[in-house]
Design a protein around this ligand. Structure first.
Ligand SMILES: [Fe+2]
Length: 467
């Protein structure tokens, strides 16, 4: 089967969310139109991109099966709406006992697990869960019809937390789906991974180092969680502040480590048995996908790919929602690896992973440079304002919000410093533990969000290095 469309990472999917702050964060309370777009994406990912029979799989063994999340999203929202409106929960009320909170134990010691909802012997039937969800969606819609979504800040906060929570889980659900052998592609043209790889190889440039200036700046959103006054943006407990940070000067490499670089590292350090979770070994002689595999020429002239590395790469595919793609076609994508693997790679490079404050300083520098280069926004300051563009940045060109359903190349960006969310569709690791910032206080309406702090390497993100 031939790919249906030319590779064009800039071509937006019909599910793409807006990239400009004025469009993706126009008001603290999401609009009904934003909800409807989110529901469309949620239904796509949970009902069309995974077969119903596969919903009882546990792609991450330490977590609940996929079907839990279909009940968790409306239940979480309903808990907050019932609290905010002081009205009864949507029936069946017992969903709150089984769907309120998922499981996310310490991967090194799964017996170390926070409080979570009881696990039933049998999960409710899908049609029952979907019927419940429909009632919760109607409950949300009614709050907009009556105007209470806008007039009552407590209700607005409940809507905001449910909206962001659903968006967060879109990501976790997609990641789990990719780990399932039964993931289905979205109903869009299949990307032309061959052309994309060839273009990326042509555009590959050296990954340069950049000086990051010392700077003092503030982190966090001022949200006192007092809904009797104010009209500012809401924040999760770990996003609150603001607090001042002084970051020293250091050097940072322009863009994330690529799959090609990481594969080379695994060969050179004799660790080919430690492949990332999203890679799969090919059986000899088997066909894995419809894409034509690009020959050695795709690597370009700037990378010395020796025979052993090439052989290793040729024996691997990477998991995507479109099915396995030859790793050879993904060499320019950011690599998704665990924290321990990321630190080992950085050590090997004679570098390290940035701290949280260093990473934020890099982001800040990129935003400052954008302002300096743009006449229109030069007079804007990075101090908090009504629109909060100091926090909600312009994400144009970033592979986020369903611009694509796959990672996109980053190796063309080696000659410029990549900023926040500009990682080809990956998160970035920092070396800072997830722990309370100055003045941390658990959320009144959701004390468990960051109140129980677990550090682990169960997340998979990309790595940028500094020194
Ligand atoms: Fe959740």
């Amino acid at each position: 089967m031939k790919p249906h469309s030319p590779a064009n990472p800039a071509q937006l999917s019909q599910y793409a969310f807006p990239s400009k702050p004025k469009n993706y964060a126009p008001e603290p309370v999401p609009s009904l139109e934003e909800w409807q777009k989110l529901w469309t994406a949620w239904e796509l990912v949970t009902l069309k991109m995974i077969p119903k029979e596969a919903l009882h799989e546990k792609p991450i063994p330490l977590r609940n099966p996929l079907i839990f999340y279909l009940g968790h999203i409306p239940t979480f929202e309903d808990i907050h709406l019932a609290r905010a409106t002081r009205e009864p929960p949507t029936e069946p009320g017992y969903y709150q006992r089984i769907f309120e909170r998922g499981i996310d134990p310490d991967v090194d010691d799964p017996t170390n697990c926070h409080d979570h909802s009881e696990t039933p012997d049998t999960w409710p039937e899908l049609h029952a869960i979907l019927g419940y969800r429909e009632k919760v969606c109607k409950r949300i819609t009614a709050l907009y019809d009556s105007g209470r979504a806008w007039s009552d800040r407590t209700i607005g906060r409940a809507l905001w937390i449910g909206f962001e929570h659903e968006g967060l889980h879109l990501e976790t659900f997609l990641w789990m789906s990719i780990l399932s052998p039964n993931v289905l592609p979205p109903p869009i043209p299949r990307p032309d991974f061959v052309s994309m790889a060839e273009k990326a190889a042509r555009e590959r440039v050296e990954n340069k180092w950049f000086n990051i200036a010392p700077r003092t700046f503030s982190i966090g959103i001022d949200d006192p969680e007092d809904d009797t006054k104010g009209n500012g943006f809401f924040a999760w407990d770990n996003e609150r502040g603001p607090y001042d940070v002084s970051a020293h000067g250091f050097e940072a490499q322009a863009r994330p480590v690529s799959i090609g670089e990481y594969a080379t590292y695994l060969v050179k350090t004799s660790q080919t048995d430690r492949i990332p979770l999203s890679w799969t070994r090919r059986d000899a002689g088997s066909a894995y996908c419809s894409d034509e595999i690009v020959s050695n020429g795709s690597h370009g002239d700037d990378v010395d790919v020796d025979v052993d590395v090439q052989k290793f790469i040729d024996g691997l595919t990477i998991k995507t929602v479109f099915g396995p793609v030859p790793l050879n076609l993904a060499l320019d994508w950011p690599v998704y690896i665990s924290y321990n693997d990321a630190t080992a790679y950085a050590d090997w490079e004679g570098a390290r992973i940035p701290t949280l404050h260093e990473a934020r300083s890099i982001h800040r520098q990129v935003e400052e440079e954008k302002i300096a280069a743009d006449d229109e926004i030069r007079n804007k300051t990075l101090t908090p304002g009504v629109s909060r563009e100091d926090i909600y940045i312009d994400l144009t060109g970033c592979n986020v919000g369903f611009q694509n359903f796959h990672p996109t190349p980053v190796t063309q960006n080696g000659n410029r410093l990549c900023g926040q969310s500009d990682m080809g569709g990956a998160y970035e690791w920092t070396s800072s533990l997830f722990e309370p910032q100055p003045g941390f206080k658990p959320m009144d309406i959701y004390p468990g969000y960051s109140g129980e702090l677990i550090t682990s390497d169960s997340f998979i993100d990309c790595v940028c290095i500094v020194h």
